[in-house]
Design a protein around this ligand. Sequence first.
Ligand code: GDP
Length: 588
Amino acid sequence: MEEKTIQIAGSITVDELSKALGLSVTELIGTLFKNGIVATINQRLDFETASIIIDELGLKNVKLERKNTSTKTSDFRRELSDKAVSRPPVVAVMGHVDHGKTTLLDTLLNKKTVEDEAGGITQHISAYQLKHNDRLITFLDTPGHEAFAAIRQHGAMLTDIVVIVVAADDGVKPQTVEAINFAKTANAKIIVAINKIDRDGADINRTMADLSQHGLQPEEWGGDTVMVPISAKFNQNLDKLLDMIILTADIEELKADVDIPAEGLVIESHMEVGKGSVVNLLVTGGELKTGEFIVAGPTYGKIRTMLDFKGKPKGKATPSTPVTITGFKELPSFGDRFTEVKDEKTARKMALLNAQAAASESADTNVTSSDLLRMMNVADNTKTFNVIIKGDVLGSVTSVVDSLKLIDTKGEITLNIVSTGVGDINENDVYMAAGDNTVIYGFNVSVPINISKMAARDNVPIRTYKVIYELLDDAKHEMENLLDAEIVEEDQGELKVLGVFRTEKTSIIAGGEVLTGNVKPGYLVRVIRNKKFLGEAEVTSVQKEKIDAKELIAGETGGLAMKTNSKIDLQINDRLVFFTREAKKRTL
Ligand code: GDP
């Protein structure tokens, strides 16, 4: 049979799919109908639904492929012209929690931020620049905790060089490995900073050996990864680290075009009273100036003010420069690409087009695979966990959402994000949550008193957090509560029937010898004859020498009374296997 590949960008209509498969529309609609979906010719099916249907049709020669239409971070690096000029490297500092990322950035930038962090975690991605030997280096301050895996991944996409911080007294840890993987995925150069070398337990060689195990061979040992032993806290060898960053940047010949419309990425955005939208951008090409019009996803604006990372006004931002601007009409999303356009009319038009494109990519799917599974009733015991996420800035909302999606529910729980937003929890959130078993999570936001009262009245749980992993722990716990309990059966003992005194419709009295374990009132019983299961009963009382006893143990003989649901015709030599059955709460 001829192999066939069908590409699906987001979703496909029944009509398109039938044409692609070479089937009649009626046949396809018929198959959908058999699976519980009443579809029209223009109905859109998502990728998973289309795959399930193709499977149902037994079309083994057809392969479905997702067509990537995303214009997000991954594909933002553009082809350079021969007029491109050199630009500063964009460096991200990553590594395991507590290995010293914040301290390193602090010492480098000579500022203290550690004290302000809730739970000791840098909550927002931001960017700084510093000068070393007259050369600029841009640092992305990527958050530390694993929960921010998602945000760091976005960060890595912007990054030319990843400095992986590993504490010499602790070695390679899970987030170190994660950072190595991110750097590799992002095609960034890796420099390792072996930190805390001032500590007693520091072992540079062991740390290097550890890193070699994870594919990073130190230059000293003939490999190609630069590793610099440092003490971030006591400012040891940091100049060497910066030298290495500049050297790596030089080898990479990092360049950007400047005579093109300005472009770059949104790295943070939030609303501020009196200022409106405050957005951090990293320019990746062109030159951004105040007064220019820019578009990011479905939003646009005219740059009203532009500040550098220290908060000083900046007239012009060149590639690799982080800036904070005001002027966007609505908040753009973290990770959105922005571009400069010539006037307001173009900006409005492009924003509208972007909004339409996004809508047709996601919202246009009217049959999703979970609908299909539900309708097909294919052992679909999935439960839905409804949440509303509010955060102080878009970056945190994105992180919380992305991290929630990373919780492995083993396919048993569907996470349904009812809505997300920036700002305090409000009336509307409570309205949306009411009556639908929805939890509202707030991250770094407050709950006005009238809103807590309203939520209490409507039985809507509101949980607020300042530390993301506490929020995630809670969400995980909530999801575990949704799981069906696990039934655990445990064998307790076995008895050989030596006499049957009475068998009635729902009760049996018999006697015998306990071969193994014990038997107590309350135990459940499997009646077995020649390895065949005859029925189930429950022990109601136990007798030893005709007197009620608490239990009989192996080697003892005695009598038992049992109740059953339906008559079991017990006979001499049958085996009774005693067991307990418990419903145990499950964990994820
Ligand atoms: P992060 O979670 O990776 O950002 O780690 P931090 O920068 O918050 O550092 C965690 C702890 O390690 C703090 O108590 C720091 O003071 C300490 N620390 C960081 N770097 C060094 C270092 O070079 N030497 C020593 N002795 N302590 C350090």
